[in-house]
Design a protein around this ligand. Structure first.
Ligand SMILES: NC(=O)C1=CN([C@@H]2O[C@H](COP(=O)(O)OP(=O)(O)OC[C@H]3O[C@@H](n4cnc5c(N)ncnc54)[C@H](OP(=O)(O)O)[C@@H]3O)[C@@H](O)[C@H]2O)C=CC1
Ligand SMILES: CC(C)(CO)C(=O)C(=O)O
Length: 307
């Protein structure tokens, strides 16, 4: 299976490097700046699951001459439209597109461009970042990937994908209901991103503050209500585990959106929180704390665009 990873950042760089190191046929679609950096340093991953250093196969958009079997999409949501223009020449009627972006709105955009059957569902739990030198830094135990056909069918393509991803040093799961898995991830992420961006701290810092735990619990309840109103009630054991993680004393856990905020970088607020809230509002669900997080992030994004 010829694999094109679109974006060699914190997520694409991590999984692409693991796949390449396990002998899979991986090429990264990159832009000029990242290409220059990767040619100079190689692709270096620092991870508690084992460090890696590979010489990645790189392509610029203008160099695409033939389609790939699998396209793994790992740009930020705000880069999606431009990325679609760039990788479109790599898509044939047989190509599978596996987006790993957080949120759900990208499915409408990808389906409108490439058709229902080309677009798989996919998601990852990982805490990773790029260092100033462009190394991928992965933290903590999470580095898993879940995927599936959005209509729950088990096609030869999805089975081939499962076989290709297996044995590459990270846990994978072919989900029987990928939309449910995506809603679970979105509920988890919206509450983590909403909490850390609104309260401006790590989970440990928030837990230690007076009223922190109560605020976390209220934000989780808002997120769960939005998911339930959209037909995806979250299981009590997931909510219990998630609440325990979100209130763990001393925890350094943050959302990638909070880390972007701290760096003064663009954030995926519209794609992740704005869309989540809109889907709650459509069902009459009030979520004042998540709304406050989103308003604050919108003001931040507007201030960035004026710079
Ligand atoms: N980081 C994390 O912990 C997690 C992130 N996610 C989600 O994964 C997605 C990706 O996030 P993340 O990896 O952190 O983001 P990064 O910013 O680290 O990586 C995105 C990469 O996409 C590249 N890119 C953008 N446009 C193009 C293009 N047209 N062609 C080629 N490359 C392009 C950027 O390259 P350039 O250098 O050229 O800008 C950048 O390296 C997001 O939706 C995020 O929410 C999900 C789980 C965890
Ligand atoms: C919730 C988490 C950490 C899990 O992957 C994530 O997706 C993010 O921070 O963007």
């Amino acid at each position: 299976m010829r694999i094109l990873i679109v974006g060699a950042g914190a997520v694409g760089g991590y999984f692409g490097a693991r796949l390449a190191a396990a002998g899979r046929d991986v090429t990264f679609l990159v832009r000029a700046g990242r290409a220059e950096q990767l040619r100079r340093t190689g692709l270096i991953v620092k991870s508690p699951q084992g460090d890696l250093s590979i010489q990645p196969k790189l392509l610029l958009a203008a160099e695409i001459v033939e389609p790939f079997d699998l396209i793994v999409l790992s740009t930020k949501a705000y880069s999606l439209d431009a990325a679609i223009q760039d990788f479109a020449p790599a898509v044939s009627p047989q190509t599978m597109i596996l987006p790993l972006l957080n949120g759900m709105r990208h499915f409408d955009i990808l389906v409108a461009r490439f058709g229902e059957s080309a677009v798989l569902g996919g998601s990852t739990r990982i805490v990773s970042d790029l260092s100033p030198e462009g190394h991928v830094l992965q933290f903590g135990p999470w580095h898993d990937m879940v995927f599936g056909e959005r209509d729950k069918s088990v096609t030869p393509g999805i089975e081939a994908l499962g076989a290709t991803l297996q044995g590459c040093g990270f846990p994978t799961m072919l989900s029987p209901d990928i939309l449910a898995a995506l809603w679970m991830k979105w509920t988890m992420l919206s509450s983590l991103a909403g909490t850390t961006c609104l309260l401006r701290g790590t989970i440990g810092e928030i837990e230690a503050a007076t009223g922190g735990v109560e605020t976390v619990r209220a934000i989780i309840a808002e997120s769960a209500a939005i998911s339930a109103a959209n037909g995806y009630p979250q299981k009590p054991d997931f909510l219990e585990q998630h609440t325990a993680r979100m209130t763990e004393p001393g925890s350094a856990l943050t959302a990638s959106m909070f880390r972007d905020l701290q760096k003064g970088a663009p954030v995926e607020a519209d794609h992740i929180l704005g869309d989540f809230l809109a889907r709650g509002r459509a069902h009459g669900v009030a979520a004042p704390l998540l709304e406050a997080a989103y308003v604050q992030l919108s003001i931040y994004s507007a201030s960035l665009s004026q710079k």
